[in-house]
Write a protein that binds this ligand. Structure first.
Ligand SMILES: NC(=O)c1ccc[n+]([C@@H]2O[C@H](COP(=O)([O-])OP(=O)(O)OC[C@H]3O[C@@H](n4cnc5c(N)ncnc54)[C@H](O)[C@@H]3O)[C@@H](O)[C@H]2O)c1
Length: 367
């Protein structure tokens, strides 16, 4: 493991995009998107993903200098064509539009087709919440979720992010995939040789597997909730709901029509994802919204825990603690595998390699 200064993470990532001909604004926004995931401990969605974005540009699957455009709009809604631009370019465009509409009419609902992967959904919902709004960000994604009773996947991990502001810069921050776990977590178990708990993944016969290596081959994840007996059908339904709000509303690819995202040198074509951003102004409803959010967050945190070593936390507490630590220390600790891939990318693109600070073998990241 090694530490890297946060400025260096952003310098390196944006340099890689610029070396591929991406304009400075789009390169910096995409670099910031990746950094924000690492900043709060979601290493599966940060620098680790750089090679996927680089590959999509190289194969022509993504046109990072494109700009989104509005296809149709009302005072509170907009249908956007993201035009295969970078995920962050489209997300900023849609979110700004939804915020503008929420300022004018209390609510802004923007659905976009032609999108690319936008990293952690919570980053986008948080940008609106920091301006006092309540926000949802939804995205569809490549099929990995097997509907309850099915042998094979047909829906994506379709994440939901929901952020609501409380008082004094605190937030209810909920951001999760609608599968029981992410494929990144299964990969981690496979690397460590650990057995998977029940309810995470299916084997080739469609039955629950505890073998992480098998699960990495089938790439067939169970919905949030796991098996039918443990109410996994609710997760299946929620993932399908996200798909209806995203791909089906925006007219992008949806469900089983979405490509699988790989590092293949042969382009699998544009991802044409669907994404939806909903922004609401709580001031248009009952007074005291932020106070009630904060009062509840603090009530939950003070509840008596089952295990005194594991206090009750509110959604978003872990991300806030890790983010504040990153801000304080000004560094991010990466495992060797991520740094090695970064060095390979630097060589390929003729970019100055990421500068490591020092080896820190005892530090452990959250994910
Ligand atoms: N763009 C995409 O296509 C895509 C697809 C899948 C996932 N993702 C992203 O991956 C990230 C990780 O998703 P995940 O499903 O692995 O998340 P996860 O299972 O780690 O759940 C995270 C959420 O649960 C909350 N949480 C965790 N432990 C808690 C506890 N004990 N008490 C209260 N709240 C708690 C966190 O604050 C956070 O809101 C998300 O940011 C998601 O947006 C993106």
């Amino acid at each position: 493991m090694a530490k890297v200064c946060v400025d260096e993470v952003i310098r390196f990532t944006s340099d890689c995009f610029k070396a591929l001909g991406v304009n400075a604004k789009a390169a910096c926004q995409q670099a910031e998107m990746l950094y924000q995931a690492d900043r709060i401990g979601y290493y599966s969605h940060g620098l680790h993903r750089l090679e996927y974005y680089v590959n999509d540009i190289k194969t022509g699957a993504c046109q990072p200098n494109n700009e989104p455009k509005v296809e149709k709009e009302t005072t509170s809604t907009a249908w956007v064509n993201a035009n295969n631009a970078f995920g962050s370019t489209a997300a900023h465009f849609c979110l700004d539009l939804a915020i503008e509409k929420a300022k004018n009419s209390g609510v802004g609902w923007v659905s976009a087709k032609g999108c690319n992967h936008y990293g952690i959904g919570g980053h986008w919902a948080m940008l609106a919440a920091k301006q006092g709004f309540v926000a949802f960000a939804f995205s569809n994604s490549s099929p990995l979720l097997a509907p309850t009773r099915s042998k094979k996947p047909a829906l994506g991990t379709n994440p939901i992010a929901f952020v609501a502001p409380g008082c004094n810069n605190e937030y209810f921050y909920l951001d999760f995939a609608t599968t029981a776990v992410s494929v990144g977590k299964v990969a981690l178990y496979a690397r460590k040789g650990l057995r998977l708990p029940d309810g995470w993944a299916l084997g080739p016969d469609g039955k629950v597997t505890n073998d992480a290596q098998v699960a990495m081959k089938t790439r067939s994840l169970m919905p949030l909730g796991g098996t039918e007996q443990s109410s996994g059908y609710k997760g299946y339904g929620i993932a399908a709901m996200v798909e209806i709000l995203c791909g089906m509303t925006a007219g992008s690819n949806y469900g089983h029509h979405i490509r699988s995202w790989s590092l293949s040198k042969k382009s699998s074509g544009p991802s044409n994802l669907g994404q939806t951003f909903i922004v609401m102004d709580p001031n248009q409803f009952a007074p005291g919204f932020k106070e009630r959010v904060s009062e509840s967050l603090n009530y939950w945190r003070k509840m008596e825990p089952v295990n005194p070593k594991l206090p009750v936390i509110a959604p978003g507490d872990m991300e806030r603690i890790v983010g504040e630590r990153t801000d304080r220390e000004g560094t991010i600790t990466y495992v060797k595998r991520i740094l090695d891939v970064s060095k390979k990318i630097a060589k390929e693109l003729n970019v100055e390699p990421i500068q490591e600070l020092r080896i820190e073998p005892r530090h452990k990241g959250r994910k």
